[in-house]
Structure formats: C-alpha cells, structure tokens
Design a binder for this molecule. Sequence first.
Ligand code: ZN
Length: 268
Amino acid sequence: MPIRTQILDSGNFVYSPELPVNPAFSEYLTFATRVMHQWREVQEAWDRSPYSEDVRKRKAQVDELFKDFVKTFKACFSLRPVRQERMFLPVSRFFQRQYPIRDPFSILHCDVEIPLHTVHDFHDHHALARINAALAKDAPFPWWQRGTYGQPCYLFGEWVWELKPSEVGQSSEGLVLSFLELSDKHRQATDPASYGPSVTGVTSGADFIPENLRVLAWRRTGGKCGKCRGRQSLHFDYVKPLRPGVEPTPDSIELLCNSCYRKKHDLD
Ligand SMILES: [Zn+2]
C-alpha cells in the first residue's frame, strides 16, 4: 500500500495570478532566477575544467552574488515569512478553495533556511484537467517531488501518496484501487461516526479479476458491500462464475463483505 505523505504542504505554497502580487516578491523572483542560472552555468564550467583560473574567478563572483541574494531576501522569503504572507496559500487550502481549478497557477517550494525556491508551473489546460481529476479521485496525478523514501508520489484526493518500491510500475487502475481504499480508511479514521464498522482490508477475492473492473465495482457501491452495505473484510467476486471464453464486464463483478461472500458461496 502506498504511504500518505505530508509533501503537499511541506514548504509548498501557491501564488496565483489572482492574488495581489507583492512587488518585493517579483524582485526576489527575478534575482533568484538570475542567481540560479549563473550558479548552474558556473557549476557546469567547473565540472569541465576545475583548474581554470577564469572559472575559479567566476565561481567566486557567483558565490558573492549568492551571499548578497541571501542577505537581501532572507528576512522576507524563507519559509517562516512566506507562511505569514497573505499572497501565498498552502497548497491544500488552495485546492480546497479553488476546486475545480480553472486558472493557471504555480507552486513555490521554499527551503527552511535559504530563500532559494523552485517554482513548478501548472499552466496548460491538460495539466489542470489532470489535477482536477486527481482531486476528484478519478485518476492519480504524478507529483513533481519525490517522497521521503525517494519513490515517486501521486496526488489523489486530498493527499500526496508515495509508492513503495514494489508498487512502482503498477498499472494506473491498480494505483487507483489502492488510493481509493486508503482514502476511505483515512476518512473513516478521522470521521468514524459517519463510517460505521471499519474496512479491515480488501482481499482480492479472485485474483484474475482485472483491476479496471475492480475499480468500477468499488466505485459502484462506494467501497461498501453490494448486499448489506457493510465495510468489513471486502472481497471482489464474480456475480456468477464466468463461462469459459467469456470476457468479464463491469457488471459481472461485485464487492462483497466477508459474511455476504461466505453466505453466497455456502461456506458456513
Ligand atoms: Zn455484506
């Protein structure tokens, strides 16, 4: 199962064209872009010819520029002041307020100490549509940052999830299924009153049921048993055993709790 991360809001803020722009921040962005550009350039030159006197001088200049940059902006644009600045919203709050997102936005990632940031732009409509789909729990959206364990992460619902190494390369439907189960479990943990008995894990029932059909079956009943609406120990099952040579369809799969599953198959 993927791991729920805190990446979404950890040092990440949204500054949107709609929010009033702080002029000092525009200046900061221009300066930061210049510093980062020169820094990268000199680093490459250094890798090519570390003993060149010219490169050494240039590197010293950029170091000075960087120090200057930090001195100028540390007070305004490291993590703490950014948190207090009204034009920046934590990403989760931005998603809650703006969903469905129609306008381009950028995420600013800031560091704790150094006011150096990276900006990730979501400016094309394709990306916005995919983010909306992820927020609506329709399809996971590959997150641009790696997780704590260095594995790929996905936005799905209100969280960013990190895959376990064994889950990397899993089909998109397989991921959706894991994320749906996990989101439900989490919601139930934070709001037990509305959820009744606990989901104690979905056993795959018949392993050969294709994942896309399992996703559809799960969605049809909202992750509940199709017979009693229970949420305890769910199984995927064929409504009727498949005849040989017949392809399963969404309607041929159902989600059953353990007790209904056992009743159906006369296992008690
Ligand atoms: Zn049941």
